[in-house]
Design a protein around this ligand. Structure first.
Ligand SMILES: Cc1ncc(COP(=O)(O)O)c(C=O)c1O
Length: 395
């Protein structure tokens, strides 16, 4: 077999700084590379494979559905898509769902829905969205413009009009930024790519109050925080505020490409036949997988276990903070955890990978841990021991 890395380096657009291993197999929270080396996965495809790799219920659902019907146009009804939408609306504030293929597309749908809502409701001047500094909402033109990080936009200017940015976790700044042209506030309940930033407890309820007062919409981007990542199915469910629109992707089908924009009846009414569409949105194959994910999350004690392992994990990280001066802060909720260092995190990630642990770094110096929700205390102990020895070398 030709060396995959050599071929890849010649044929791919150079969009990713890839780690020098080729992964070939996964089972639960374990991954294997092409040399047979084993890794414990604390990244899970960046918060995607929440049930772990090759989860039997998902594998079975995909295999059975693939043998029956992979794709039909959204001009027809299908059972898995319909049952998934039904389960999703039962599990949260929303009444209606639009399926697409990714987080960026889910946010595109949310932004389009918010604009159209006001066009349909006699306030066509309201089209601007307030989003947060250091946020991340995707790489399409609208979601890139919504994103609050210059490095994501560099080289692609001019940005699409219609987005205003304010500091995260600052209600006064949001209130000042709202104008007669504002249609919505868009935020992640916890900023994940932005360095695992958890807002103060009154922040999301404060945003809800502002939206109600000003008659504008609240959109929560739960692409990364959703599907049990923080201990509740959706993060906002433990943060005291309900949005008008919520976006999902990542964990929804445990690795098959899917996105969803969920909204209340009133807001979703902005979309009528022809308003918005996508060829692959919610195919029978991906929605069968997502249904299996939802059933697994509901039937098994996965969320409860993930909360207890998450608490344990956070406490172990706090012990590292006590021990090493280069650890500045432990952040996060559930199994979305960050360790802010006083130095670059890249070399730590590389050393940990050599020792058989996979995670990544965000904002240059925040180690980010988003393992499958089935991760165990034993896995956490192994990672902490590896981090302990790596950080000891840095002191
Ligand atoms: C909060 C958030 N929104 C949107 C996205 C974009 O999702 P996708 O990469 O599926 O387009 C991401 C991806 O990391 C994300 O974390």
């Amino acid at each position: 077999m030709k060396n995959i890395k050599d071929i890849a380096d010649q044929v791919f657009a150079k969009t990713y700084a890839r780690n020098p291993i080729c992964l070939v197999k996964g089972q639960g929270a374990t991954l294997w590379d092409s040399n047979g080396k084993e890794y414990t996965d604390f990244l899970a495809g960046i918060a995607v494979c929440i049930l772990g790799h090759a989860h039997p219920a998902v594998t079975d659902a995909v295999a059975k559905q693939a043998a029956k019907l992979v794709h039909v146009s959204n001009l027809f009804y299908t059972e898995p898509q319909t049952l998934l939408a039904e389960q999703l609306v039962k599990s949260c504030f929303a009444d209606r769902v639009f399926f697409c293929n990714s987080g960026a597309e889910a946010n595109e749908a949310a932004i389009k829905m918010a604009r159209k809502y006001f066009k349909e409701n006699g306030q066509p001047q309201r089209y601007r969205v307030i989003s947060m500094e250091h946020s991340f909402h995707g790489r399409t033109f609208a979601t890139m413009a919504a994103t609050g990080q210059d490095k994501i936009k560099k080289g692609f200017e001019p940005m699409m009009d219609g987005f205003d940015h304010v500091p995260f976790n600052d209600l006064e700044a949001v209130e000042k930024a709202i104008t007669d042209e504002t249609c919505a506030i868009l935020t992640e309940p916890i900023q994940a790519e932005g360095g695992v930033m958890v807002p103060f407890p009154g922040y999301l309820p404060g945003l809800r109050e502002l939206c109600d007062k000003k008659g504008i919409l609240l959109i929560f981007d739960e692409v990364q925080t959703g599907m049990g990542r923080t201990g509740t199915l959706f993060a906002h469910q433990q943060m005291g505020a309900t949005p008008d629109i919520m976006t999902l992707a990542k964990g929804l089908a445990n690795g098959l490409p899917i996105g969803a924009a969920l909204a209340t009846e009133d807001v979703a009414a902005a979309f009528t036949p022809g308003s918005h569409a996508t060829t692959f949105g919610g195919t029978p194959l991906v929605t069968a997988a997502a249904l299996a994910v939802l059933v697994a999350l509901q039937d098994q004690d996965i969320l409860e276990m993930s909360i207890s392992v998450g608490d344990y994990f956070k406490n172990q990280l706090l012990l590292l903070k006590e021990k090493f001066t280069c650890v500045e802060e432990v952040r996060g909720l559930g199994l979305l955890l960050g360790l802010k260092l006083s130095m670059e995190g890249g070399p730590i990630v590389a050393k940990a990978m050599e020792m058989g642990y996979i995670f990544n770094v965000t904002q240059a110096n925040v180690l980010r841990f988003v393992p499958p929700l089935i991760i165990t205390r034993k896995d956490v102990d192994g990672l902490i021991a590896a981090l302990d020895s790596i950080l000891a070398e840095q002191q």
